[in-house]
Design a protein around this ligand. Structure first.
Ligand code: T3D
Length: 263
């Protein structure tokens, strides 16, 4: 068993990044944040990587912040959570949303607190049938972070987002799929296999187009229709000049599988 709180493996153009503190349900410590930053940097700098999977070791995906790290001695100063969000969690969410390759989150077990919202930061999120999502913040006197207050209403609508965030009820993977929080729920034994199948499918697609699709979908939340149409137009103009577009059209006309050129 490795001592590292993040495991990294790369195979066939797919990076597998595993949160690895199973005895604490992969809750985050300072060193774990550092290791995860390093792993994401490895993905960014290895041009052979064309898709990434993020998952957890053991029976949890991630239980958010390690609360042992937040123990305050009697009379001691409270922790500065604004500081840790600013240094660790917010950059992590933004880094995942800006990875140069598509990110598949494979939620293997309970995802709570920051872990629940980190789980939603992938491009495609699948979960094991036994997994669950818990907005655990209210129970300890905090508000949803790691983008929870942004993701939940957008994915679920206000009524469900509000009740989940206020009550902190556990949402099982099957309901998460039915409610539109995640893409799919799969049998536990199939989770990693399914994640690999998805990552492999994404890896052979034209990556620039995938990343621009992600950007367009995000900008759509803030734009009105004319602004979004203009953004689509400009993106299409750029991609229309790309080698991948040329190859896609040629492959279609020649009735063969396309070979897209990389990142
Ligand atoms: O602090 C900042 O920088 C601000 C950022 C905040 C972001 C946040 O994430 S705040 C929210 C922090 N997370 C939580 O409040 C979740 C706490 N955990 C739980 O509510 C439950 O553990 C779960 C619902 C996730 C799972 O419940 P269950 O019954 O399946 O497992 P368990 O028995 O509670 O946990 C198993 C072990 O993991 C247990 O240790 P033990 O008793 O076997 O030695 C438990 O203490 C440990 N564990 C679980 N979550 C955490 C944790 N240890 C430290 N920190 C945790 N977050």
């Amino acid at each position: 068993m490795s001592d590292s709180s993040i495991l990294y493996a790369a195979d066939d153009g797919i990076a597998l990044v595993t949160l690895n503190r199973p005895a604490r349900l992969n809750s985050f410590t300072e060193p774990m944040h550092e290791e995860l930053r390093a792993a994401l940097q490895r993905v960014r700098s290895d041009r052979r990587i064309r898709a990434m999977i993020l998952t957890g070791a053991g029976r949890g995906f991630c239980a958010g912040q390690d609360l042992e790290e937040r123990r305050t001695a009697e009379g001691g100063a409270p922790p500065d959570l604004g500081d840790t969000l600013g240094r660790n969690y917010n950059p992590l969410v933004l880094a995942l949303r800006a990875m140069p390759v598509p990110v598949v989150c494979a939620i293997n077990g309970v995802a709570a607190g920051a872990g629940a919202n980190l789980a939603l930061s992938g491009d495609i999120v699948i979960a094991a049938r036994s997994a669950s999502f818990v907005q655990a913040f209210g129970r300890i006197g905090l508000v949803p972070d790691c983008g929870g207050s942004w993701y939940l209403p957008r994915l679920l609508g206000d009524a469900r987002a509000r009740a989940l965030a206020l009550l902190g009820e556990k949402l099982g993977a099957e309901d998460a799929e039915r409610w539109g929080l995640i893409w799919r729920c799969v049998d536990d034994a199939e989770l990693l296999n399914e994640a690999r199948v998805l990552a492999t499918r994404l890896a052979v697609l034209p990556i620039r187009a995938l990343i621009e699709t992600r950007r367009l979908l995000e900008s759509g939340w803030a734009n009105d229709l004319p602004a979004q149409l203009e953004r689509e137009r400009m993106t299409q103009k750029t991609l229309g000049e790309s080698a991948d577009y040329r190859e896609g059209v040629a492959a279609f006309r020649e009735k063969r599988a396309p070979r897209f050129g990389g990142r």
